[in-house]
Write a protein that binds this ligand. Structure first.
Ligand code: NAD
Length: 488
């Protein structure tokens, strides 16, 4: 179809030259040669990718350090203009970004076309904050005139995962640049394509060479070195909780500031007084969109016993109708999972569920062997102690668990190591206030699916992370506060 022809056009240059690292505005090969980027759609090789290691990270970190004073001291209005031009560049190449992202990650065009534009919105939003970002406060005391100011922290490292990689990268890189920091970006090894497009767009928009550098490589080599490099002052990390813990240790010697956006096993709690039609739509959307490869997905359904049978029956009906297919077919809702490793992980839970005594009420099987396709899956007759209720599966797989009382629902919702998001469906406002106050999550939506509003804080508690992004919270991370007291 049309999209496949367009994609071939976009991929041709990657197939010709591979993906190089980008340091100081110049293409550089990887010091360890190349690795291959594989499409999960048909397991074909997309292109060779520069395999960066310590040497490449060192070059990029020194470059980011050298470029820092120029970028930091550029007038805010100039930096703002560049960020707006980056947003425009993303919009102009949104189709290319979306198609490449689909082919690289297996995500469907239905969702990735929006994700590309979300990347532009991230740049526009933080562009608008540039001028005020360094504003301080004046705090008068009896003997002192106290002034606080805010300065960019310095060169920072951004380490991103393979799920919606373009959008997530912009969510980190846009505020870092808006604050006045320079960046070394280490994209996930499974999804290098759109990180390359982003650095190109940024440079075409006038971002000075060396302000944003991209080094491809694996976590254990390039990623590790980035977290250890003394010139890098902070690490913005998105990925698994286990990795968050490892990189915190790696960054300890250089006292790195860390922002960790990690995993989740997020509950959606449906009470019998909820608008059940809307709740059903939201439950479906929040686990079966974006392949379920989404940190904020609600992968645990807690449903009140009084409505359980009917709600689950309606769910099964809907789940069986979800279209799994080629990611570039605009009608596909679920595409293939990212990689063989992840496919093996997700499908292993089909057996684990049954061994633990749950019922596979929908899906639970794979689809052909050309790519990493699995059917959307629903487990019922489960309890919260089972592995399918405790472990982040990170696929289109939902575990349904019944509860009787509000007290029990709260206990189950909080009985997890994670605390990223929670979703509550009830028409009882007092209950909603009581429940959300006690729910252990960084972000909660009541009678709504996840709707991002960029000025609000984004982040998790417990094993789901440390720190917040969004609004001014991003600047708290990418900047240092300074206090100056003048005797009066
Ligand atoms: P991952 O932790 O395996 O990898 C993430 C990134 O870290 C990759 O770029 C990888 O190369 C790098 N990395 C791995 N080991 C490293 C090390 N020792 N030092 C430095 N870097 C290292 O995660 P993933 O499998 O790519 O992504 C999926 C995970 O991300 C899920 O757990 C998901 O919930 C989480 N996630 C969280 C959020 C959030 O906002 N909380 C958003 C998206 C994804």
């Amino acid at each position: 179809n049309d999209n496949i022809a367009k994609l071939s056009g976009f991929l041709a240059r990657f197939q010709d030259t591979g993906i190089q690292n980008r340091i100081a505005g110049v293409d550089r090969p990887g010091s360890a040669g190349t690795f291959q980027s594989i499409s999960p759609v048909d397991k074909s090789v997309i292109c060779e990718v520069a395999h960066g290691t310590d040497v490449d990270i060192d070059a990029a970190a020194e470059t980011a350090k050298a470029a820092f004073p120029t970028w930091r001291d550029m007038p805010a209005v100039e930096r703002k203009k560049i960020l707006i031009r980056i947003a425009e560049g993303i919009e102009a190449r949104a189709e290319e970004i979306a198609l490449c992202e689909c082919w690289d990650t297996g995500q469907t065009l239905k969702f990735m076309s929006k994700a590309a534009l979300r990347g532009a919105e991230n740049f526009r939003y933080f562009a608008d904050q540039v001028v005020q970002a360094r504003d301080g406060q004046h705090l008068q005391s009896p003997t002192l005139m106290n002034i606080t100011t805010r300065k960019p922290i310095g060169p920072v490292g951004v380490i991103t995962p393979w799920n919606t990689p373009f959008m997530l990268s912009t969510w980190k890189i846009a505020p870092a640049l808006a604050a006045g920091c320079t960046v070394v970006h280490k994209p996930a090894e499974d999804s290098p394509l759109t990180a390359r497009l982003l650095v190109e767009i940024a440079e075409e928009a006038g971002l000075p060479p060396g302000v944003l550098n991209t080094v491809n490589g694996y976590g254990h080599d390039a990623g590790k070195r980035l977290t250890e490099h003394p010139a890098i002052k902070a690490i913005a990390f998105v990925g698994e909780s286990r990795t968050g813990s490892i990189i915190t240790k790696q960054g300890a010697d250089t006292l790195k500031r860390m922002h960790l956006e990690l995993g989740g096993k997020n509950p959606v709690i449906v009470f019998d007084d909820a608008d059940l039609d809307r709740a059903l739509d939201a439950v479906i959307f929040m686990i079966y969109s974006i392949n379920g490869e989404r940190c904020t997905s609600s992968s645990r359904l807690l449903v009140q016993e009084t409505i359980r049978e009917e709600f689950e029956a309606r769910l099964v009906d809907r789940v069986n109708k979800i279209k799994v297919g080629h990611p570039l077919d605009p009608s596909s809702e679920i595409g293939p999972l990212i990689s063989q490793e992840h496919y093996d992980k997700v499908t292993s839970y089909f057996d684990i569920a049954q061994e633990d005594g749950a019922t596979v009420a929908a899906g639970g099987t794979t689809l052909g062997d050309e790519g990493y396709f699995v059917r959307p899956t629903l487990f019922t007759e489960a309890n919260n102690k089972m592995r399918i209720a405790q472990e982040e599966i990170f696929g289109p797989v939902l575990t349904s668990i019944p509860f009787s009382t509000e007290e029990e629902a709260l206990e189950l919702a909080n009985d997890t190591q994670y605390g990223l998001t929670g979703y509550l469906w009830t028409s009882d406002l007092t209950r909603a206030l009581r429940f959300t106050d006690q729910l252990e999550a960084g972000m909660i939506w009541v009678n709504s699916e996840n709707v991002r509003h960029l000025p609000t804080p984004f982040g998790g508690v417990k094993a789901s992370g440390i720190g917040r992004d969004g609004g001014d919270w991003s600047f708290d991370f990418y900047m240092e506060q300074k206090h100056i007291g003048f005797a009066t």
